[in-house]
Design a protein around this ligand. Structure first.
Ligand code: FE2
Length: 384
């Protein structure tokens, strides 16, 4: 039957992909007329030397740099407020973020707060950023969050122990310098967690109600690359060729989810991460399988295509839910990831609060099967 193409938009930053691309930061900062850069990073990335390298590149181009490294693993509203205050006090004119999802999301939120002259909580939701932030360059140091290419920024509301999303075309950075070399310093657990976050992006965008021909292509290719190369990058962390493949897979997944949005895994993971301050990738890893089981009967053919992609095959023979579940378990086992939320410290009595915050999260709007509070509570129970 003839199926008409739906009308869909696709947004992306200027992407420079390849080893050594981080050295172009000074050149791009000049192109964007930056004279006084606000450099957002975190203490771990400073220790690894990547933020210092980027600062040196900027200074070589006679660009003044103000360093802001007060970013937690789950960036908080107070850190965004502090950063936007320092940005304004120093009269900065360009944002550069070096790090994983946390510094990049924090930098995106700082930019939006600066130009919109508001509190970061006022920007929660879809299309609430009225004025685009200052120009921004990202140098991602993990292969997973894809905040460098996405319309999303996720911030922790520490007072309510919840996370919220700022989702807007205005949150897409101007330039992403994607340099696989900088992922060589990731410890094995971070490689695994961020990689599973990227796989969750690919899965959720492919089954999303807002998926399109443009995002499907990226989601399937991302699934293929991550399933094949993530275990190898985990086993042989110093092998750049595996890091390159996972980085590319993560970028594809980022382009897919930025434009097709996400689903219930992310709503539940945001709730969990906001409540317990655990890493986002670890939360996703513990939830992906139960959400796949919940959604499977609604879009079985989409999940068959994802399983085929995981096996590097183009044939979409329907193998069913149990086959896909065991394939996912095989992958997480190969990354030494424990299933079970109880091992993270989640208790039965936490489930009502976790459920409410997951239900109020915007990501599950595009989940293929509608999820109500009772469904989400049951899934949290199953994942214990
Ligand atoms: Fe994610």
């Amino acid at each position: 039957m003839y199926e008409q193409f739906p009308v869909r938009k696709f947004v992306a930053p200027e992407i420079i992909l390849g080893n050594g691309s981080r050295s172009l930061v000074g050149q791009y900062a000049k192109t964007l007329h930056g004279r006084n850069v606000f450099l957002v990073s975190d203490p771990g990335i400073l220790r690894a030397g990547w933020a210092g390298e980027v600062r040196d590149e900027l200074e070589r181009q006679d660009i003044h740099v103000v360093l802001f490294d007060k970013v937690s693993p789950n960036p908080r509203t107070s850190e965004v407020a502090k950063g936007s205050q320092e940005y304004q006090e120093n009269e900065c004119d360009l944002l550069v973020a070096v790090g994983g999802g946390s510094p990049m999301d924090c930098a995106k939120a700082i930019g939006a707060v600066v130009t919109n002259r508001c509190h970061v909580l006022d920007l929660e939701g879809v299309d609430e950023v009225t004025v685009p932030g200052p120009p921004m360059i990202c140098v991602p140091t993990t292969a997973g969050s894809s905040a460098d290419v996405s319309q999303f920024a996720i911030i922790s509301d520490e007072n309510k122990r919840r996370k919220f999303g700022i989702i807007s075309k205005a949150m897409v950075p101007d330039v992403s310098l994607i340099d696989p070399e900088v992922t060589l310093t990731m410890p094995p657990n971070l490689t695994a967690e961020t990689g599973i976050d990227a796989l969750s992006h690919a899965f959720e965008s492919y089954v999303s109600n807002a998926s399109s021909n443009m995002t499907d292509m990226y989601a399937l290719e991302a699934t293929k690359m991550i399933a094949r190369y993530l275990p190898q990058a985990y086993e042989e962390p110093a092998e750049l060729r595996f890091r390159e493949k996972v980085m590319l897979g993560s970028m594809y997944a980022g382009l897919a989810f930025s434009n097709a949005s996400l689903g219930l895994v992310h709503s539940m993971a945001h709730s969990l991460g906001g409540y317990l301050d655990h890493s986002h990738g670890e939360c996703n890893a513990k939830l992906l399988e139960v959400v796949v089981a919940f959604n499977h009967s609604t879009v079985p053919e989409r999940y068959s295509a994802l399983e085929a992609a995981m096996d590097g095959s183009s044939s979409c023979t329907t193998r069913g839910l149990e086959s896909l579940r065991s394939r996912l378990r095989e992958l997480t086992d190969s990354l030494d990831m424990d299933p079970g939320l109880s091992k993270m410290g989640v208790r039965e009595e936490d489930i009502p609060y976790l459920t409410e915050n997951a239900y109020n999260d915007a990501c599950h709007v595009t989940n293929p099967r509608p999820a109500y509070r009772e469904d989400i509570a049951r899934l949290f129970h199953e994942a214990l």
